[in-house]
Write a protein that binds this ligand. Sequence first.
Ligand SMILES: [Zn+2]
Length: 329
Amino acid sequence: MRSRYAQIIAISGEGRFHPALKFTIFAFYLSAHIALAGFDKYSAFVVADPPGARQAPGTVRVTYLGVNGYQFEASGHALLVDPYFTRAGLTAVALQQRIEPNEARIAFGLQHVRPRADAVLVTHAHFDHLLDVPEIMRRTNARLVAGVTAANLTMSCGVDRTRCLIVQPGSTRLIGPWRIRVLPAAHDRILGWLPFRGTRSQPGTCPAKASDWRLGEPMAFRIEANGKRIYVDSGGTPEVLPPAQIAPVDLAILGVALPDSRKRFRAAVDRLRPKYVLPSHQDDFFASVERGFFFGKLTDFRAVARPFQRHEINSHLILLDYFRPWTIP
Ligand SMILES: [Zn+2]
């Protein structure tokens, strides 16, 4: 018998439906599927500093903000990646209703990070990476480091051009204690379809619905500070792997939301030779963070964990819970 996933691929096959309808089918499939509960039997992988512990000098600390969002801290500075607290509802996204940054949820999320950030790095311009960024930039005084589409959408929502640093793969930026290398990346396909593809070459009106947040230019980052190296992306495809010359890294944060990114997961780990591997973008981002961590409906952490449990990969697999900082050893 075909799995439900195979069935949904079959009914939404490439070219047979309008992309918006395809996304709606996909979204309602998500809502019908039963989520894995919490970290469940994977709690042994969860790492965190002792509650209330101060960050030790000379270290790098990582706080997970949900979806693909992170705060990195070093030497009293903070850097944010893909912070997204609004968590627009499934119905609003699927039915192409208006979505807006949720000020209360942003305020709640920002209670768990430093009041000021040096920069917000954005891997691509989809709503679950960029919707909240203009408001978070205003509240944290951070600059944007992103591709041209993400920068133009951010400017479209009222952020001044001087606050937006447009970068391309291959470039390196020094901001505060951070050395940020921009790397090429690809975006996962959903059932063979690249969601909301497109670019924005100049600012216009602020996006109103999920599909207005166009993919733009996917990128990954290698971030160095205090002698630690972190690689972070939001997923990918087997065709685009991290460059081998950036290895080894201390921590590899690899998006694993969808089958495409899981297909390249092992090869990406082999390239990066990380001490620690943190699978990312695997929570149910339609559910609020107050409910606690739930795996997304299309994630498959069991498959991600298997080669580590069999000692086939010479890296430590870890998980982070929402808002619980962890210092990279
Ligand atoms: Zn995306």
